[in-house]
Design a protein. Structure first.
Length: 320
């Protein structure tokens, strides 16, 4: 059974990762550590089912400090209770995206847990959001990207209404940064509701995020967009300034200019799309990581694969 690592000022943080994603996770952790404060104690957990002992030791070395604890939680036992085929995966997503379903049952001895995705850069002290007063089950930010899709795509709007059964589409939240109220969620039977809703929906467009939005309607406190700023809105939605409502647009622009947590969600990633705006923040903290060669390997392998594809297409085109 998991217990807080520190008696006072314990800031409990959870991130998910598989072994392949560890190099990217290391950059996120580097940014978290660099923006921590001596007045708080950071109790960090990585949810995984395959990170090697070697990589665990390297990550522990990366964050080593008197006020930082890093532990690894194997979620295999939680996953094995279910048929893994129910965990629908598409696009760039992997199984660890569903690990957040199990947070209330894994951390029953904690009051709160701050969940963070592993593809973000922390640019402020996360203790500030952790220490906010949460009244409902979750605390999160509204999702500007989804609001653009709802406004621009009638079929997506229909999906949110008819499949997710959302009553207020404007309250769709982004679940890359979420503060969990553990007692509330355990009483709410959060994990079982997530699993059962996933079985009903079967193929949610944004996987666990859609599931959590479906079951948590009316139980979410909203926080400023700065705490989960989506870098990809200007990259993927060229007309976002016309699609977003004025109030949300104003808040997004403010957050984009001065993010506290910069979220590299979507298939566009700064370790692949390094020329995109805001990618430089990833590479700034890349230099603090002890997995630098591994990150570069991921980048290089991606471009070698792309180059091979281009060559094959070129040959086939001119072979006709």
């Amino acid at each position: 059974m998991l217990n807080p690592a520190f008696d006072k000022n314990n800031v409990a943080i959870v991130l998910p990762s598989d072994n392949n994603f560890v190099p990217i996770l290391s950059v996120t952790l580097s940014s978290l550590v660099k923006n921590s404060s001596l007045g708080n104690n950071y109790d960090i957990f990585v949810l995984t089912d395959d990170i090697t002992e070697h990589n665990q030791k390297k990550l522990k070395t990366l964050v080593e400090s008197n006020n930082i604890s890093l532990r690894f939680v194997n979620v295999k036992e939680n996953l094995n209770r279910y048929d893994l085929n129910i965990f629908f995966i598409n696009g760039h997503f992997k199984l660890p995206t569903y690990y957040r379903f199990f947070i209330p049952e894994l951390f029953e001895n904690f009051d709160k847990i701050l969940y963070l995705d592993s593809d973000m850069i922390i640019m402020d002290d996360v203790a500030k959001i952790y220490n906010l007063n949460i009244q409902s089950g979750l605390m999160a930010v509204k999702d500007p990207f989804t609001q653009c899709k709802i406004k621009d795509d009638l079929s997506y709007k229909g999906y949110c209404k008819d499949i997710l059964k959302l009553k207020n589409l404007e309250n769709y939240f982004q679940n890359g940064v979420v503060l969990y109220n553990i007692k509330f969620l355990r009483d709410f039977d959060f994990t079982n509701k997530c699993i059962n809703t996933l079985k009903e929906i079967e193929t949610p467009k944004h996987l666990d995020q859609c599931v959590m939005n479906s079951i948590m309607q009316g139980y979410v406190d909203f926080v400023d967009l700065e705490w989960n700023t989506e870098w990809y809105v200007p990259l993927l939605v060229k007309d976002y300034k016309n699609l977003l409502q004025k109030d949300l647009l104003s808040k997004y622009i403010k957050a984009y200019e001065n993010p506290k947590i910069l979220h590299y969600a979507s298939y566009k990633k700064p370790w692949f799309h390094f020329w995109c705006p805001k990618a430089n923040y990833f590479w700034q903290y890349f230099w603090c990581s002890n997995f630098k060669l591994d990150v570069l390997k991921i980048t290089i392998e991606k471009y070698i694969k792309t180059l091979k594809y281009i060559i094959i297409v070129f040959i086939l085109t001119f072979d006709k």
